[in-house]
Design a protein around this ligand. Structure first.
Ligand SMILES: [Cu+2]
Length: 360
């Protein structure tokens, strides 16, 4: 062996050299565990093991299918590895053996057995899968699901309830124990819609109405986001699904239908005037009688301040972040499709933010 290789191997054997890579490897392995163990605000949930904690009829089916397949695979794995170990320990040559062990060729019963067993397993797995796919795609007979359009935009989700006359963004509220029909669409590129605890993942394709049926069983706040890379700010395309008892949901829906708060005076009133006279109205909608703001290229701001975040999770819902957002939204969300307003004075930005914060 050349001396260089020899010395190299000797150095590698010394523990000190391996300590650093081992330490870095440990940090990389622990990182996600620590990150997800840190406390999160209740409105920003989403542990990575969420699919194992289903909270809707549909997710229960998917979860059951996962466990059935896992157990089936585990039985096969243990069977194969067990047989392998048995054969290795019982049939290998021993010291002193001079003949190879007896060889077996062309046994019909064995051939039939090891063809039939996988065939039966696959037929069973196929049958169960087809049944679950069918059940998941079929709303309960005779039910009239509540229609909700979930439309992906670069980079936020728009939610429309055609029968309730509501359009909102970033937060989708749904009643518990009511069948739902999500119409998943896209306004631009391909996105993917998923709340891991509540419904199956599905692509949002432009010009296509992809159906997801689900019925939520436990009120709570559930985290979702876009699961298909869709451009610069993809990682900030978050949303929440708020599952509420029916009464609370109806109250929310009534509030969403009401027109925007009209400031009585002060900064907020100045902000409203400035907003209506600025380019904001080209992209954003504010629902109220005689409103100039009816743009559809951006989130509906009618009840903005009732949400938890600004920019689909990128900034917090408070004065300071609202001001920062108007001044330069790309500071919070690189790539965002809203222009900054660096030429507005501090006072103008403050009044705009005060107006936005009054839109409860
Ligand atoms: Cu997306």
């Amino acid at each position: 062996m050349p001396t260089v290789v020899h010395t190299g191997l000797r150095i590698l054997k010394k523990k000190r050299v391996l300590a650093l890579p081992a330490f870095l490897g440990g940090v990389v392995a622990l990182w996600p565990a620590v990150a997800f163990a840190l406390p999160r605000p209740s409105w920003n949930p989403g542990p990575p093991w969420a699919p194992l904690d289903p909270k809707s009829g549909e997710m229960h089916m998917i979860s059951n299918l996962f466990w059935i397949m896992l157990i089936l695979s585990a039985i096969i794995f243990i069977g194969v590895v067990g047989a392998l170990l048995y054969i290795i320990t019982h049939n290998s040559a021993r010291p002193g053996d001079d003949e190879p062990p007896p060889q077996l060729y062309g046994s019909r019963p064995i051939e039939i057995t090891w063809t039939a067993i996988p065939f039966i397993i696959l037929v069973v797995a196929f049958g169960i899968t087809v049944k679950y796919i069918h059940d998941i795609n079929t709303p309960p007979a005779g039910s009239h699901p509540l229609d909700i359009v979930a439309k992906g935009h670069q980079w936020y989700w728009e939610f429309e309830y055609p029968t309730l006359n509501i359009t909102t963004d970033d937060e989708v509220h749904v009643p518990a124990n009511v069948p739902l029909h999500f119409h998943v669409e896209s306004a631009d590129v391909v996105h993917s819609f998923w709340v891991p605890q509540l419904q199956r993942q599905i692509d949002a394709n432009p010009g296509q109405d992809n159906a997801v049926f689900a019925e939520m069983d436990t009120p709570g706040i559930y985290g979702g986001m876009c699961y298909e890379y869709c451009g610069d700010a993809h990682a900030w395309m978050k949303f929440r699904m708020v599952v509420q008892p029916k009464g609370a949901f109806n109250a929310w829906a009534a509030h969403m239908r009401s027109s925007a708060n009209k400031p009585k005076g002060g900064l907020a009133l100045a902000g409203e005037k400035l907003f209506m006279a600025s380019t904001c109205v080209e992209c954003h909608t504010i629902d109220m009688p005689g409103s100039k703001a009816s743009g559809t290229a951006a989130p509906n701001l009618t009840h903005l301040a009732s949400r938890w975040t600004i920019g689909a999770g990128a900034a917090r819902m408070n004065m300071a972040d609202a001001m920062g957002w108007i001044h330069q939204p790309s500071h919070f969300k690189p790539g965002v499709l809203m222009p900054g307003y660096p030429l507005l004075s501090h006072h103008q930005i403050k009044s705009l933010a005060a107006y936005l914060m009054s839109l409860k």
